[in-house]
Design a protein around this ligand. Structure first.
Ligand code: G6D
Length: 334
């Protein structure tokens, strides 16, 4: 049975931020309306994700999207432009001449509304209206994310969205994990790159990786066979690449799989904690902030720049359609 508590988590721009903590059995998850973010995950007494100690720090580090929901479009859109229904849309170009993570004022920077909602089935629901023209996107988009704990120490993240005009949409959550535990104490936060990914084993049920040229897809999907992106068999996250590799910031396309099958698992070799990921999305962005990096983000989503690649799975949300998606992270102590 999930219990939900609420407490003040400081202020952002002078306005109080409430933090909601869902607890059940060995797992507790704290979420907040700034960025509709997952602020903390504690499993059997260990922090599982990077967390900042107070709300006002999150806008300062917003470029990292720490724990946040990212949208309208997670990932990059080349040159900040795409054409839909014969009309070109110009988006904010907030990184290297491209559009990244919904733009300078993407969903991760917004104060969502909501909280403990009757229709959230024992969870916490945040909602946002992204108005027509927001960062250059068409249509008034209503989006919600509901966090709930389900059986077996599992965090379920359910998204729903609809728009009054055709638009593109690619949502994700941007937690930074380490199943061995994350030291979020202030001194360690300044040195968080001293913890590392070396003692993590991982499997990802993906046989193709998006080829990039200067962070933008070329349009080719390459086989992972024999590359640093081949996680089809369990191996250490840090073992697949040589010293010249600058770290993972790549999109892996899942192989066909049953919905109840985890698309990926990460296991802490020190803690024996395993995180299994389940999703209805076609791909995942694996991001390690370097090689081997200190934490990893595992952002389930569509492919980057899909609006400019007709042969990629479509991210078009037609006017009046309802988008629904769910990603789950299950925690197990081996
Ligand atoms: C960098 O390229 C990476 C992104 O993938 C990541 O999500 C972001 O930092 C936080 O821009």
């Amino acid at each position: 049975m999930t219990t939900i508590t609420r407490n003040s988590f400081g202020k952002i721009s002078g306005r109080e931020i409430l933090r909601y903590t869902l607890s059940d059995d060995a797992l507790s998850v704290s979420v907040m309306p700034y960025g509709a973010s997952v602020q903390r995950i504690v499993y059997r007494g260990r922090d599982m994700i990077l967390s900042l100690p107070e709300a006002e720090l999150y806008p300062k580090f917003s470029a990292g999207c720490i724990g946040a929901v990212v949208g309208r479009y997670a990932g990059r859109i080349a040159d900040g432009r795409f054409t839909l229904d014969g009309r070109e849309y110009r988006l904010s170009r907030n990184q290297g001449g491209n559009h990244l993570h919904g733009g300078r004022h993407g969903f991760h920077t917004k104060r969502w509304s909501g909280g403990i909602a009757e229709d959230a089935d024992g969870g916490v629901k945040f909602t946002l209206l992204s108005p027509d023209g927001d960062e250059g996107y068409p249509g008034n988009l209503r989006v919600s994310v509901t966090y709930r704990l389900t059986d077996g120490d599992c965090l379920a993240i359910a998204y729903e969205a609809s728009c009054d005009r055709d638009t593109v949409l690619n949502l994700t959550n941007h937690c930074y994990f380490n199943p061995n535990g994350v030291d979020n104490s202030p001194p360690a936060l300044r040195r968080h790159d001293e913890s590392d990914n070396r003692d993590i084993e991982m499997t990802i049920f993906a046989d193709r990786v998006v080829e990039l040229d200067r962070e933008i897809p070329t349009g080719r999907l390459l086989p992972v066979e024999g590359t640093a992106f081949d996680f089809r068999a369990l191996r250490r996250l840090a073992d697949g690449a040589d010293a010249s590799f600058r770290g993972y910031d790549h999109t892996l396309l899942f192989s066909p799989h049953a919905p109840e099958q985890p698309v990926a698992s990460a296991r802490g070799m020190k803690s024996g904690v395993r995180i299994d990921c389940f999703t209805d999305q076609p791909a995942v962005q694996l991001f390690t902030m370097g090689n081997p990096g200190s934490l990893f983000a595992f952002e389930t989503q569509h492919l980057p720049d899909s609006p400019n690649h007709p042969d990629f799975p479509s991210t078009v949300l037609k006017a009046g359609e309802v988008f629904r998606s769910e990603t789950r992270y299950r925690f197990t102590q081996e």
